[in-house]
Each structure stands twice: as structure tokens, then as C-alpha cells.
Design a protein around this ligand. Structure first.
Ligand code: UTP
Length: 475
């Protein structure tokens, strides 16, 4: 078998002929699979990106008029705002009851920092039961479905790295009690990794070193996979977007959804007050009249440290990557099957072969991965809205095994959130002198999803107190 002349010519023109160096040594089935992989490359786009982002480091030019972005605060500032929030609750609830809202989870990442073998969503995160992230979300969605008398749909984005394993996990676990028709998997696009000399890296003699194209790939993947049509068929207008590594997220939030609708927003975002000037989250800013998320690494020190007249950080609004996105906005952005989000460069250690076809021992970053980010779509929206949330109630990312944003901190935050919920319902919770919990606590999201459910549960089971030092699973 031979690659067609056109492909050989295009690779040559793009300076990528080395990709065929071992072609003749490959078994025939591998040859045809590899040709399909090469044919799928957008070589023109890659050439542009290599010149702009690989052969030189792109310089991030910040708008000169960069200002903190305004947002709706968690606690309303006046009566009019309080009324607005009440109205939003009613509108959000109506949209949920009417089946106009679906959940969207991005789960295509490689989860390299966690160092877990398998899709991150299968990680056993719950502090007592050991339920996986996917099960935690599924049970939350089942409870929300019960609350709003509707079968909420759940769209899950996977990638080449974890699609088969993710689908298998759901099938093995009977979709955690959800109807399999409620759960929709779709796979994001990928990008080839590129060496510092501008040549695409090869994972083996007959395959490219590919990686998922970033969570920004969600929008185009929704279009290409037919999921936008599927949503339309089901009457879904709004997507509650969250990341697979944050089990604390309230999978659907009626107030946030209602505000999105009332403000005619196309894409909305939750914000949290940053814990310090350099916290590793994006910063919501306004520049050139558009809403931008500036990564922590790109915000100059003088802006990151700037304070207002009360001594509070000026750029306080951090992004936990929780959004409501209108389906119509995604349709508009991806019309014609194309979407131009910015590409971001990440220098990584990439497993690949050398010019003799042998596996390289990679100890230092040896190339570039290119990713697009979902928050870059905010600046393409005609109207946006930001709403503040309480970090303790919504954001516990599982990025690392230990330390900051880790399995450990996430489990603790889940326990703390459940303990506060019980306390609000009058249950006595044992605490140490420093206020930390003196018991392990987990509430199953299947039984209790919000304070209302908790109050009913506490009354029904006549729960008065949790014993010091005990391990508790409320199910
Ligand atoms: P992260 O930026 O934390 O990346 O993704 P990651 O791949 O999960 O982890 P590291 O950086 O390798 O340790 C944030 C969220 O975006 C999703 C992830 O699955 C996670 O929910 N994501 C990220 C995608 O769905 N696709 C991607 O290409 C990248």
C-alpha cells in the first residue's frame, strides 16, 4: 500500500515528510489506519499555528484598558437586586421543570497531575462511600430530576484518550440509575503534539502523538457530533457546564440559570473571590469592551496585587469554570463547522519516538501541546453575565493527589459542606477547637441534594447529633 500522491505532496509542502519515514515497515492494516490519521490533519492550520505558537513563544498582549469585570454579588446589595434574584429563582425553576436545561460535563482531559490510571471521572472521590466523580454527578442529577419532575439530560464530553473507558464504566454501572437515554457521550477533537523544531511528533512508527484539543473543543465537538441537533430535538435551550473534577458543583442552579435568561446572556459564568492575588484561577476582566478571562500566569504582578480603596484585591473575581451557555450561542459560533478560538501553548513532556524510530526517554519538556479554552468564547458573546458563588459551596477541584486542589482537600470540602447542611437543619456536629470537623461525614446526593431535602431527612430519621470521631454515611 502507498499513501496517495496528494497526501505525500501536502506533507512535503508543510515540512512534515518525516511522518512517512517508517511507512513501508508497517503492517497493511496499520498503514490504512495511519493514512486516515494523516488525512484528518488540517495541515494549513497546523502550519499557521507552528509559525505563531511553536517556533516562537506567543506574546500575550493585554488590552491597555484592562479593568475588573462587574458581577452580580452572592448577597444582593439592595432590595431591587434581592427581587431580581427571587425572580431568577422562579424563572430558573420554570426552565428546569420545562426540560429546557441539560447538564454538560467536560471529561476529555488527560488528568496527568492526578496520576490516576483511567478517566478522571471514574476516580473514587466521595469521602466515606468512595463513589466515583461520575456517580456523584449522576446521583445529583437524579435528585434534581426528582425535584423538578423532569428527566434531566446529561451530555458528557470524552476524548480519544478516554472515550471507550468512560462509556464502559457507565455501562458496567448501569448508568448509576439514570436512564441510558438521558446520558449522551460525545468525543472532542484532538491536536498533534509538535516538537520545538516545528515537526509533528510521532507516538510510534505508525501513529501521531495526539492529545485532546482543550475544553474549548467542546463547542465544535457539540456541533460535529450532532449533539446540538439532539438538544434541539429534546427542547433543550440552556447548558449547565461544569468540569469533571469538581464534585461540589450544584449540577444545575436555578438562580444562575434564571439570571442568565433574565439578562439575555449568551454565555454566563460563576465567579469566586480569589483566596490570594496569585491563586491559580483565571481572572474575569473587561478589555476593549469585551469580557475576558486572563490566566493567572498572564496577569502582571502590578495588576494581580492592585487593591481598591478598602484594601481588597481589585482583580478579585476568579473563574471556577462553571457556566451557563445558550444552545443558540453555540449554534451561531459553530455555523459552517468552524470556530476560531485562540490556541494556547503548553510546553510538555511528550512520549514519542526519535528519528530512528526508537522510543525517546523524555525527562524534560520536548514539545508543545496546543489547546483552546472554553472561556475564550465569552468574548465572542453579544451579552454575558457573571454571578458570584460561595466557594465553600461550589468549588473543590481535584487536580492533584495531595496538597492544594487535591483529592484530600476535595474530600474535606465535601464533608464540610455536608456538615454545614446538617447544622443548618439543627443537627449538632462535633468540631475541634479550631472549628475543623471531628467526624467523617458524607451525605448521598441521591437522598439529599439541597437544604430542603436535608431538613426532611433529618426530621424523618430524627437525627439530633453526630458523634465525635465517628464515620457517617447518610444514605
Ligand atoms: P484541566 O485543565 O484540569 O486538565 O481540565 P486535565 O487534563 O483534566 O488535567 P491535567 O492538567 O492533565 O492534570 C479541566 C477540565 O477540562 C476538561 C478536563 O477533563 C477537566 O474536566 N478537559 C480538559 C477536557 O474535557 N478536554 C481537554 O482537552 C482538556
Amino acid at each position: 500500500m502507498q499513501p496517495c500522491h496528494d497526501l505525500i505532496e501536502r506533507l512535503e509542502k508543510a515540512g512534515q515528510s518525516h511522518l512517512l519515514n517508517f511507512f513501508e515497515q508497517l503492517p497493511e492494516e496499520e498503514q490504512s489506519r495511519y493514512i486516515a490519521e494523516l488525512e484528518a490533519l488540517d495541515l494549513d492550520l497546523l502550519q499557521e499555528l507552528i509559525a505563531a505558537c511553536v517556533l516562537k513563544k506567543p506574546v500575550i498582549g493585554l488590552p491597555e484598558d484592562l479593568q475588573p469585570a462587574p458581577y452580580f454579588p452572592l448577597i444582593p446589595r439592595n432590595e431591587a437586586e434581592a427581587d431580581r434574584y427571587q425572580q431568577a429563582d422562579a424563572v430558573g425553576e420554570e426552565l428546569l421543570r420545562g426540560g429546557k436545561v441539560a447538564a454538560l460535563t467536560v471529561a476529555g482531559g488527560q488528568g496527568s497531575r492526578l496520576g490516576f490510571d483511567g478517566p478522571k471521572g471514574t476516580y473514587p472521590i466521595a469521602p466515606v462511600s468512595g463513589k466515583s466523580l461520575f456517580q456523584y454527578f449522576a446521583e445529583s442529577l437524579l435528585s434534581a430530576s426528582r425535584k423538578y419532575s423532569v428527566k434531566l439530560h446529561w451530555y458528557i464530553m470524552t476524548s480519544v484518550v478516554n472515550d471507550a473507558a468512560t462509556r464502559a464504566f457507565f455501562a458496567e454501572n448501569d448508568f448509576f440509575g439514570m436512564d441510558s437515554e438521558q446520558v449522551h457521550f460525545f468525543t472532542q477533537g484532538f491536536m498533534p503534539a509538535i516538537g520545538y523544531d516545528g515537526k509533528l511528533l510521532m507516538a510510534s512508527r505508525g501513529s501521531l502523538a495526539l492529545s485532546p484539543d482543550g475544553h474549548g473543543g467542546t463547542l465544535l465537538a457539540l456541533r460535529k457530533s450532532g449533539m446540538l441537533d439532539d438538544m434541539k430535538k429534546h427542547g433543550i435551550e440552556f447548558l449547565s457546564y461544569f468540569q469533571v473534577d469538581n464534585p461540589l458543583v450544584p449540577v444545575v442552579d436555578k438562580r444562575f440559570i434564571g439570571l442568565h435568561k433574565l439578562e439575555n446572556s449568551e454565555m454566563s459564568a460563576i465567579t469566586l473571590a480569589k483566596t490570594n492575588a496569585h491563586e491559580k484561577v483565571g481572572n474575569f476582566c473587561i478589555g476593549n469592551g469585551k469580557l475576558l478571562v486572563i490566566e493567572y500566569s498572564d496577569l502582571p504582578d502590578e495588576l494581580a496585587n492592585a487593591t481598591d480603596e478598602n484594601g481588597n484585591l481589585k482583580f478579585i473575581a476568579g473563574s471556577p469554570a462553571i457556566h451557563v451557555i445558550s444552545r443558540s450561542f453555540i449554534e451561531r459560533l459553530t455555523v459552517g463547522g468552524r470556530l476560531d478560538l485562540d490556541w494556547h501553548r503548553a510546553d510538555k513532556k511528550i512520549k514519542c519516538i526519535d528519528s530512528d524510530g526508537n522510543a525517546l526517554d523524555v525527562t524534560e519538556p520536548n514539545g508543545v501541546k496546543l489547546e483552546s479554552f472554553i472561556f475564550d468564547a465569552l468574548k465572542l458573546a453579544d451579552k454575558t453575565m457573571i454571578f458570584e458563588a460561595d466557594r465553600k459551596e461550589e468549588f473543590a477541584p481535584t487536580k492533584n493527589a495531595t496538597g492544594v486542589d487535591s483529592v484530600e482537600s476535595c474530600r474535606l470540602m465535601l464533608s464540610e459542606r455536608d456538615a454545614r447542611r446538617l447544622e443548618r437543619c439543627g443537627v449538632e456536629i462535633p468540631r475541634n477547637a479550631d472549628g475543623s470537623l471531628n467526624a467523617k461525614i458524607e451525605i448521598s446526593p441521591l437522598s439529599i441534594w439541597d437544604d430542603e431535602d436535608c431538613a426532611a431527612y433529618v426530621a424523618k430519621h430524627n437525627i439530633k447529633a453526630v458523634e465525635a470521631g465517628s464515620v457517617n454515611y447518610f444514605v
